[in-house]
Design a protein around this ligand. Structure first.
Ligand code: GLA
Length: 671
């Protein structure tokens, strides 16, 4: 190895010296002698990220022979757009060669993609758009001196459907250190959000929905030095405010609108905020915010986990930023004795009267919700309409009324209602009527309880649930399956939700799944929590996009382990304000190219929130033009992550946006 490295650099020197002397051909032949050929397929392809399937060696992504434009190739790698592979070369590779194109299995289909090779940030090869049936293009790039190369397959305009891509005969000519597939770079975790000011600031929504006569509970979310004294003007009769804690309790007022002003004061100053209580039929006039145990604790959740999360949220600033619900997901009930789940979670499913039983990890549900409510926070619970939940515990089937009443009696304020094991009950019927049935039943039952209980449907978007989720009594609905951790999935779901943005409005929210940052388990493995694999930029994008979509904001990770960096992502008051805007609009998208996308959200005060999102691997300049944003005239622009005014701009705003980052701004017209 050592010898070949020495030879390699000597050969390169010789090449440059002799090129000048017109001796290129003979020296090159000599250098080739020292080269070792390393096929792309010899690299660790687990590091290759792609939009669908797994990379295949010497086969197309679906396991067929590699074929491009009628020609078959014995060797290479089959992948699928968008595909990314980082290769560390450290100057040891002289060339990369390949034949690239769309796999012939996609002939006649609407595939379109492009290949790129990047060396230390410079594009060295660009195929341009390629279609099925087109002859392979030759890649032959000089990589001498290059430290890191990136092999990319983009979607060339359209979506990624049918984009089966082949790097045929792909190989590195190596003269020194061998190429190695590596993880994408991870930038430094820089905290962009300034610490909240010690002066009071009241956060949370400006409008709040409730149903007449039910219990009222609202903790005024406020940052600033404690002690702080709270007050409220024009609070309707039946409500009282604890001036020390800022918790409002009592009975929801009669039907009507109540314009309240919330006030907070400490030794350093005062703050106030308009807060309209709308007592009527609708709950969740702004997207619900909270925490859910699932992605950190899975089947390990206990009463203690829940209390620690509530303690954490009250202490770490989350409750002050507006996070309200503390929600138990699956696994609080018993599973049948013959299941393989741990002994503390097996036992009788119901008592002799048919009442659902908690497992040993939840000794007293009422005491748990009391504990959560004492913080002014709300409690959430989970079940499924089938006989069993997704994790194999007792579901609500044939006991719906009894369970709904039980949840209300225990003091829960939210129900996540899944779909698992109901497929069998519906006997595979996927008609709208069949899809709606369990939710109509539970929606009606919850509405009859003497509590405001938010219904979150979790049936992964079947039958375009966004079109009818509100009609069956839901306030929010998952629009897709479990999210996972890839930025592409995160951006993808934001772009998909933007397509049905008309269904996002007060009392009616598209739920793209939870915010998974900090310590989280592997959703697919159920493992112990570990640090979030998303890069810092990706985490900023995650939160930015969730707020631009007006998504429910549920953190689902280990609360006691949240770091200052994580809390900076979760608790930026100006970013959350975008999510909680009372218009309830989901951003629309403006796709500028394969890399740059703008997310544009109208705000109630006439301003706009805009995310300049970079899906690409390199830092790029993104311009938000007024013509794309639907703006004219001068605008004041504020950087929301840094909470800093950037000045006045006349017809566009441009920013450099790092790999997978989102630059989040708000623009107000200058009068
Ligand atoms: C489904 C849901 C998850 C979680 C699990 C619980 O997968 O999508 O959010 O509730 O069930 O088993």
């Amino acid at each position: 190895m050592k010898t070949s490295r020495t030879l390699g650099s000597a050969a390169i020197l010789a090449i440059s010296a002799c090129m000048a002397a017109g001796m290129f051909i003979s020296i090159r032949a000599q250098a080739a002698h020292a080269e070792e050929i390393v096929p792309l397929s010899a690299l660790d392809l687990q590091k290759m990220q792609q939009g669908w399937g797994e990379p295949k060696i010497d086969q197309s992504v679906t396991g067929k022979p590699l074929a491009i434009g009628g020609k078959t190739f014995a060797h290479g790698v089959g992948t699928h757009a968008r595909s990314v592979l980082y290769v560390q070369l450290n100057g040891g590779t002289s060339r990369f060669t390949a034949k690239v194109g769309v796999d012939d299995s996609q002939r006649g289909k609407a595939a379109s993609l492009d290949f790129r090779v990047v060396g230390d940030g410079k594009t060295l090869f660009k195929s341009g758009t390629m279609k099925p049936g087109q002859a392979a293009k030759s890649v032959d790039v000089d990589l001498r001196g290059v430290k890191t190369a990136i092999l990319l397959v983009g979607q060339a305009g359209g979506g990624i459907d049918f984009d089966h891509a082949n790097w045929a005969d792909a190989q590195f000519a190596v003269t020194g250190e061998k190429p190695q597939a590596v993880d994408p770079p991870r930038e430094e975790a820089v905290i962009l959000t300034p610490k909240p000011s010690p002066q009071p600031r009241i956060n949370g929504p400006t409008v709040y929905g409730c149903r007449p006569g039910n219990p009222f509970l609202y903790r005024i979310p406020a940052t600033g030095q404690r002690p702080m004294t709270f007050a409220a003007d024009n609070l309707p009769a039946g409500l009282r405010l604890d001036a020390k804690t800022g918790i409002i309790t009592g009975v929801n007022p009669p039907r009507g609108e109540y314009a309240v002003t919330l006030r907070a004061e400490n030794a350093l100053g005062k703050a106030e905020k308009k807060f309209k209580i709308v007592s009527g039929d609708k709950l969740a006039l702004t997207p619900p915010m909270g925490w859910n145990h699932w992605y950190a604790h899975y089947g390990r959740v206990t009463d203690r986990t829940m209390r620690e999360a509530a303690d954490g949220m009250a202490a770490n600033g989350m409750a002050d930023a507006g996070y309200q619900y503390v929600s138990i997901d699956d696994c609080w009930m018993n599973a049948p004795e013959d299941s393989k789940l741990d002994a503390s979670r097996r036992g009788p499913l119901r008592d002799e009267k048919g009442n659902i039983l908690c497992n040993k990890n939840f000794p007293n549900m009422k005491a748990l919700t009391d504990y959560i409510h004492a913080y002014g926070l709300k409690a959430g619970i989970y079940t499924s309409p089938g006989p069993f939940t997704c994790a194999g515990y007792c579901g609500a089937y044939r006991h719906e009324a009894q369970d709904a009443k039980q949840f209300a009696d225990w003091g829960f304020d939210m129900l996540k209602y899944d779909w698992c094991s109901y497929g069998g009950i519906a006997k595979g019927d996927k008609s709208l009527e069949a899809l709606k049935k369990p939710y109509i039943l539970m929606g009606d039952l919850l509405e009859k309880q003497k509590r405001d209980i938010h219904l979150n449907l979790c049936q992964y978007g079947m039958g375009k649930v966004w079109e009818w989720g509100a009609e069956v009594g839901g306030q929010s609905w998952r629009t897709a399956g479990d999210l996972g951790f890839e930025l592409e999935r995160i951006i993808d779901i934001a772009m998909t939700n933007a397509k049905h943005r008309e269904w996002s409005k007060p009392g009616s929210w598209n739920d793209p799944d939870y915010l998974q940052i900090g310590y989280i388990g592997n959703a697919r493995g159920g493992g112990e929590p570990r640090p979030c694999p998303l890069t810092p930029n990706e985490q900023y994008s995650f939160m930015s996009l969730w707020c631009l979509m007006a998504s429910p904001l549920f953190y689902s990770g280990d609360v006691p382990k949240l770091t200052d960096f994580d809390l900076n992502i979760l608790c930026n008051a100006e970013v959350i304000e975008i999510d909680q805007d009372p218009l309830g609009q989901c951003a629309r998208t403006v796709v500028l190219d394969d890399e740059a996308v703008l997310f544009v959200k109208e705000m109630e005060d006439g301003s706009k929130a805009v995310g300049l999102c970079n899906r690409g691997e390199m830092e790029i300049e993104i311009a938000a033009k007024w013509s794309d944003l639907g703006l004219t005239g001068k605008q004041r622009v504020r950087d929301l992550w840094r909470q800093k005014d950037l000045g006045e701009f006349s017809d566009s705003f441009t920013a450099n946006v790092g790999r997978h980052g989102t630059f989040l701004i708000r623009l107000w017209p200058v009068k």
